[in-house]
Design a protein around this ligand. Sequence first.
Ligand code: FCB
Length: 465
Amino acid sequence: MTALDACPDTTTHRFPEHFRWGTATAAYQIEGAAAEDGRTPSIWDTFSRTPGKVCNGDTGDIAADHYHRVSEDIALMRQLGVTDYRFSIAWPRIQPTGRGPAVHKGLDFYRRLVDELLESGIRPVATLYHWDLPQELEDAGGWPQRETAYRFGEYAGIMAEALGDRVATWTTLNEPWCAAFLGYGNGVHAPGRTSALAALRAAHHFNLAHGLAARVLRGALPPSAEISLTLNLHTVRAHTDAPEDLDAARRIDAVGNRIFLDPVFRGRLPEDLIHDTAPVTDWSFVEDGDLETASAPIDSLGINYYSPTVVAAGTSEAPSPWAGAEQHVRFLPAPGPRTAMDWPVDADGLHELLIRLRDDLPGVPLVITENGAAYDDYADPSGEVKDPERVAYLRAHLAALHRAIEDGADVRGYFLWSLLDNFEWAYGYSKRFGIVHIDFASQRRTFKDSARWYASVIERGGLSG
Ligand code: FCB
């Protein structure tokens, strides 16, 4: 009998039976072992070594040393009681040059991870691409080149063959918006290029790569496999109902959301996006059949949500990731409290987004593949890590998610970002998203209060009080 069995049931927000409760991570952010077992540099290794790109000059060389601590980290997940674990596979561990045969030691690492998860009763959810493109492929042109999409399809086939008998849920790409527009548009992410054209070309090749990989996975995996894509859809709000502000919101929705949703779910590009981006491109890099490939059927859509975006008519400063939309759009701070990322805390935005998807994509099961918050956590003298703001953030977002499910959104699971404190991209180790605190000097792991809280949510299948 668990402690909860002895208590009166005070659950106020009960989630559906079989709801999937998980945590999420990404390879470059936690693995470390950057030069081990045949792994070669990815664009993030190169970018983080470029002076001025990442806070404090941090790199993912060691990160949370997860490569050497897999068993310890799975034991933490067992204690949390998660049903699922979302991780990503480092492409440069598998194909160091981005092409050709797989490196066995790289495959073995993920086989071991998956086997240990399964032995622990935790379902593995594998993401093929969480931003760590092999540097050689970037040197050959990167995502603005169509060849990269074909290479990604080949890599998907290798992984399906290696893990298809034991991984049931596959995500092709994580947040192609960030990878295209922050990586190639305003350059705050790797590879750090600043070209609106490169960003739009990259976005299209991500759609193509997703479709090619989905097709390969479908052919190689058992019929029961779940194939998915994770998008960081923007909850865009117009500052006022004035037509100019509404038009600013429409532009950002086109270049932030529908640029992926329409190709993937409708096999076409949004007309207004083509019109808005005419000063940058005529989209002649889209070849016959590409959009049909991009719209290969998938089984669910993953959504990463952190905060909403408020816009008005106006202009924004360059360099901007928005491929020209910045000449018509001003970004306003959303009101209310903020996390350590300076991101507004607004759980209603999650509800809003889910209701929109309920209406726009009927019949597509949804999964929250990331949600969470960074705060300035530290271990106090008694070794405890108290993070009441994170608990409040998570509670509010789970309540909003519950409300969306009651309102008819078909959401099957929730993956908390993140299991561990980690390398937070351009912020390096200066931002902590984990529910497990890491002392990076000793690599000691400590449950924050939020971890204990999340374990109790999972155990009771919902929120209480
Ligand atoms: C998302 C990324 C993830 C993490 C969170 C905070 O955009 O997918 O890797 O950095 O933001």
